[in-house]
Write a protein that binds this ligand. Structure first.
Ligand SMILES: Nc1nc2c(ncn2[C@@H]2O[C@H](COP(=O)(O)OP(=O)(O)OP(=O)(O)O)[C@@H](O)[C@H]2O)c(=O)[nH]1
Length: 256
């Protein structure tokens, strides 16, 4: 950890040079421009997970907070996915930590490839990833999560010469409640509950908690939450539809 109060230009350069996903600013710029670019790139670096290049947990939390406000204002539906590689400990235990890192990088790349540029994919910690999908119609949630599950399951990750691995991923999702200000913690909890179900019911599957229906009329909704919704986190009475999709053995497979 570097204390930013003590950060010197050489340290900053070293940090940026170390970043596998970035590059050092050109040295032939004016000194001010150069310093500004170093600062900009440091800011960018502080939002990224160094192993995978995805957004880190801090950035994810920031985006989720922004999204929950946007949903409360616009009423557009947004989906949060929590995703966890199955039996990942076995990868580390059998093939070593470096092999585990390769799997994490390959999965991260696959996740990013399944999502739109407007979505945020992050490494939440360890072998857990998350994605925020703004403006995601409810009917699309399961389709996109299934696409992710299938893409990860079809990866062949080369971890040593002649050794490639296949892994599976469990996914839990939750739509944000429209028109009601909730909390990011509640939203994460709902998605986490679905992830827990996916794990406990066999792994390599998707469960999505559909958006809670709000038990008020459209007119009341407008009066209550029309311009800006302020107040306690609220989960009005809801009917949720859960769907289990896909079922297969979640254990890691060695391909050759
Ligand atoms: N290689 C590598 N391993 C990590 C990293 N971060 C966490 N891990 C490992 O991830 C593993 C997570 O194991 P568990 O939490 O038991 O989960 P699991 O084996 O995937 O089992 P389920 O989630 O129940 O399917 C642990 O062995 C951690 O050491 C990392 O950055 N690199």
């Amino acid at each position: 950890m570097i204390d930013l109060h003590d950060l010197r230009l050489d340290d900053a350069r070293a940090l940026l040079a170390h970043d596998a996903y970035g590059s050092l600013p050109e040295a032939d710029e004016s000194r001010t421009q150069y310093l500004q670019r170093v600062i900009d790139q440091l800011c960018e670096l502080s939002l990224k997970d160094p192993l995978t290049g995805l957004a880190n947990r801090r950035h994810f939390r920031h985006v989720l907070g922004r999204e929950i406000d946007a949903v409360a204002r616009s009423g557009e539906s947004a989906l949060l996915l929590m995703m966890d590689i199955d039996h990942f400990k076995k990868v580390n235990d059998t093939y070593g930590h470096l092999a585990g890192d390769r799997v994490l990088q390959a999965v991260a790349k696959a996740l990013a490839s399944c999502l739109r540029p407007m979505d945020t994919v992050a490494r939440y910690g360890g072998e857990e990833f998350t994605a925020i999908l703004p403006n995601c119609p409810p009917s699309f949630g399961k389709i996109v999560a299934e696409r992710i599950r299938a893409t990860v399951g079809s990866l062949q990750v080369l971890v040593a010469p002649l050794v490639s691995l296949q892994v599976t991923i469990s996914i839990g999702g939750a739509f944000a409640p429209e028109w009601v200000r909730s909390t990011t913690a509640l939203w994460i909890d709902r998605a986490d509950t679905q992830l827990y179900r996916a794990k406990s019911e066999g792994r390599n599957r998707v469960y999505i908690d559909q958006q809670p229906e709000i038990a008020v009329s459209a007119e009341e909704r407008k009066m209550l939450f029309g311009h800006l919704s302020i107040g306690d986190p609220a989960w009005l009475e809801s009917v949720s539809t859960d769907a289990a999709v896909g079922a297969a053995d979640g254990a890691m497979k060695r391909v050759n």
